[in-house]
Design a protein around this ligand. Structure first.
Ligand SMILES: C[S@@+](CC[C@H](N)C(=O)[O-])C[C@H]1O[C@@H](n2cnc3c(N)ncnc32)[C@H](O)[C@@H]1O
Length: 248
C-alpha cells in the first residue's frame, strides 16, 4: 500500500512538473528500455526557455571546465546544468509562500535560468550567485535580455561569488539549490546563513533539487542545523532527482 502511495505521489509530481506527454514518455521508457533510450529527457538540450525569451541558458559545463580560481571549490562543484523550466515553476507555485514577502536567492545560478524564472513572480528581489566568471557573465547578459513584460520582480542581480560568502538580503528568504556542490560546501553555506539569521532573525525556506544518490549526505549536512526542519520530500518519477524542502 505504501509502495502504491509512493508511486502515485511520484506520478502526480511528474504530471504537475513535467506535463502529460513527458510523463507518458518516461513511463514508456521505464517499461521498455529501448523506448527509454530514445526518449530520455536531456536537460542540456532543452532550449524552450531560450527560444521564448532570446536568452542563453541551455548546455552543460563539466565541473573541471568551470574555470574557478579556487581549485578546492572546483573539486567540490558538481557541474553546470540548467533546471528544467517547468520544474522550477512547479516549486515556485507549490512552496506555499506569499512571494511579495520574500527575496529569492539561487545558490550556484549558472547562466541564470532559475533567477529569471523567479523574476516572473513578485519577489522583493531575485539574486543569483555563482563562482564561475564565464557563467555569471552570460547570466548578467540574460538578465539584460529578459523582457520587462515578463518580470514581476524589478530587483534582479547576478554576483560572481562563492555561495558560502553571500551577504543575504535583510528580508525573508527563499533559497534554491540545484545540486551545485558537495555536502561539505552545503554545510558551510548553512553556517553562513545561520550567522546572518543570528544578526537578523527572519523566515527562511530552502528548496534543494538533488540527485537521489546524494540524498543521505545532503540530509546529514542539514541535520547539523536542527533549527532547519525538513518540511517536504518530493521524489521524481524515475528516481533520479528529488526535492527536499526545509524551513526554520
Ligand atoms: C547544476 S548547476 C545549477 C544552475 C542553476 N541553479 C539552475 O538550477 O539552473 C550548479 C551551479 O553551481 C555552481 N557552483 C558550484 N559550486 C559553487 C560555489 N561554491 N559557489 C557558487 N556557485 C557554485 C556551478 O558553477 C554551477 O553553475
Amino acid at each position: 500500500m505504501a509502495d502504491l502511495a509512493t508511486k502515485l505521489s511520484r506520478l502526480n509530481y511528474s504530471l504537475a512538473s513535467r506535463g502529460l506527454s513527458r510523463t507518458v514518455l518516461d513511463v514508456a521508457g521505464m517499461l521498455v528500455s529501448s523506448v527509454g533510450k530514445k526518449t530520455a529527457y536531456q536537460a542540456e538540450h532543452d532550449d524552450g526557455f531560450d527560444r521564448r525569451f532570446g536568452t542563453d541558458t541551455a548546455g552543460k559545463v563539466e565541473s573541471k571546465k568551470l574555470g574557478y580560481a579556487d581549485s578546492e571549490r572546483q573539486e567540490q562543484a558538481i557541474l553546470y546544468l540548467p533546471s528544467p523550466e517547468r520544474v522550477t515553476r512547479w516549486m515556485l507555485e507549490n512552496i506555499g509562500i506569499d512571494h511579495r514577502q520574500y527575496s529569492f536567492v539561487d545558490l550556484g545560478c549558472g547562466k541564470g535560468r532559475v533567477v529569471l524564472g523567479a523574476a516572473q513572480y513578485p519577489f522583493q528581489s531575485a539574486l543569483g550567485v555563482d563562482l564561475s566568471e564565464a557563467l555569471t557573465e552570460i547570466a548578467r547578459r540574460n538578465v539584460e535580455i529578459f523582457p520587462a513584460s515578463s518580470r514581476k520582480c524589478s530587483d534582479v542581480r547576478i554576483l560572481t561569488l562563492d555561495a558560502t560568502r553571500i551577504d543575504y538580503p535583510d528580508t525573508n528568504l527563499l533559497l534554491h539549490f540545484y545540486h551545485p556542490f558537495d555536502a561539505d560546501v552545503t554545510a558551510a553555506v548553512l553556517r553562513n546563513l545561520e550567522a546572518s539569521l543570528a544578526r537578523n532573525p527572519r523566515q527562511v525556506r530552502i528548496t534543494y533539487l538533488l540527485y537521489t544518490s546524494a540524498l543521505p549526505a545532503t540530509r546529514e549536512a542539514f541535520a547539523r542545523f536542527p533549527w532547519l526542519r525538513e518540511t517536504r520530500f518530493v521524489p521524481s518519477l524515475l528516481g533520479q532527482y528529488d526535492w527536499l524542502f526545509y524551513s526554520n
